[in-house]
Design a protein around this ligand. Structure first.
Ligand code: GDP
Length: 371
């Protein structure tokens, strides 16, 4: 009374006779416990590769290999951390191969966003980063949005090339690749794979119907993103779950905003009267307003308590803060961007001087405003 064996990854009935049919598993592997089909085995290896990250040299070496191939490159970036997740110098490594820029997590932008404006903004930022992109696709792996467009663009630009997917960690690469596998390869059921701890750093080939491959590269880790410095609990605080709710503050000169104990924004000086600032950070990061002259003392006395998260212990594990001062030009439309934490839009069109305090190494910059 033996039970028909099923793959513990995807649940499909296992068979050992036809390598080209779903559920195939080599005879030898039937003895394993649990048994998974060959395809899940590959995807398991894919998960292995994405759960560990190579150092930057190793990563650039992998990218350089793409330059020697005839490939279509899908670069996934995170709209919430665009400047933090764009791979600088990508073009240099991948040569003349075409790039599709998949801008993920658009579900995080406020509902009222003007998508044409966002697309133009992305295009300009990509250009400034030295990227020549064939197309920009706005998508949400989580809400299954924009995939038709992405698949269409892949079909349009792929020719008979392999498809290489590159991105920083946490941009949603796994989620997106699983989606591509479902739509492009003959896997019939959604996988229920869990994370497997692993050690493989090489690229992983995922076979497509036409004999070509989607090649997943491990995610590169950029220590300039706040999200890479924190533990998983604080990561859950920093990464917004839902659409951002912009918080507007009218500030006077000499006022400071604390973002929990993560960072601080000082409005030092401004001409004219009304100075309003819109904060785009995760709803789980509490914003605390205080006087600039009290800010140092407040942080020294209350970091990890009034000013939390992170906890006191976790703040102590982070690099000490450094101060970045910016002069926002009159008439400009600027965001003060803190990679991984979010950004503050400076609304006044009068000039102003502001400063940000954040852990050393976290990328802090002024950019054209996104929204
Ligand atoms: P990877 O490290 O690039 O493979 O990224 P994952 O697919 O593991 O996703 C990283 C984090 O981003 C997880 O917390 C996901 O839930 C989240 N995420 C992925 N795609 C989206 C998306 O489209 N929208 C939002 N809001 N979150 C996403």
């Amino acid at each position: 009374n033996s039970v028909l064996p099923r793959c513990s990854g995807c649940g499909i009935s296992l068979q050992t006779t036809d390598t080209s049919k779903p559920g195939y598993v080599p005879e030898k592997a039937m003895q394993n416990d649990p048994v998974i089909c060959q395809r899940c085995f590959r995807i398991k290896n894919y998960n292995e590769s994405s759960s560990v990250t190579p150092d930057q040299d190793e990563f650039l070496r992998l990218l350089g290999q793409i330059g020697t191939k005839d490939a279509l490159v899908i670069h996934i970036v995170d709209i919430f951390d665009f400047q933090g997740s764009v791979i600088s110098g990508l073009q240099r490594f991948i040569g003349n191969n075409p790039v599709l820029l998949a801008v993920n997590k658009i579900d995080l932008l406020p509902k009222v966003s003007n998508w044409n404006k966002i697309r133009n903004w992305v295009q300009k930022q990509a250009k400034d980063a030295g990227l020549k992109v064939e197309d920009v696709i706005l998508c949400s792996a989580k809400q299954n949005d924009g995939f038709d467009r992405l698949l269409e663009a892949i079909g349009q630009h792929r020719g008979d090339r392999d498809v290489y997917v590159v991105g920083a960690t946490n941009v949603g690469k796994s989620t997106l690749i699983n989606r591509l596998i479902r739509d492009y390869s003959d896997l019939e059921q959604e996988l229920t794979t869990s994370r497997y701890p692993g050690t493989t750093l090489d690229m992983v080939n995922i076979p497509l119907d036409d004999g070509k491959f989607i090649v997943d590269t491990p995610g590169i880790m950029y220590p300039s993103r706040y999200t890479e410095l924190v533990d998983t609990r604080d990561l859950g605080v920093l990464l917004p779950e839902k659409a951002l709710k912009p918080a507007v503050y009218q500030l006077n000169e000499g006022q400071t905003l604390f973002f929990g104990g993560f960072a601080r924004f000082d409005f030092i000086q401004g001409t004219g009267y009304h100075h309003s600032f819109t904060c785009f950070v995760s709803g789980r990061v509490p914003i605390h307003r205080t006087k600039l002259e009290r800010a140092d003392q407040l942080f020294a006395a209350h970091a990890g308590e009034l000013l939390s998260p992170p906890t006191k212990d976790n703040i102590e594990k982070l690099p000490a803060w450094t101060r970045h001062e910016f002069r926002i030009a009159k008439g400009s439309h600027s965001d003060v961007f803190i990679s991984g934490l979010g950004w503050v839009k400076v609304n006044s069109d009068q000039g102003s001087i502001i400063a940000v305090h954040a852990p050393k190494g976290v990328k802090v910059m002024v950019r054209d405003s996104l929204i």
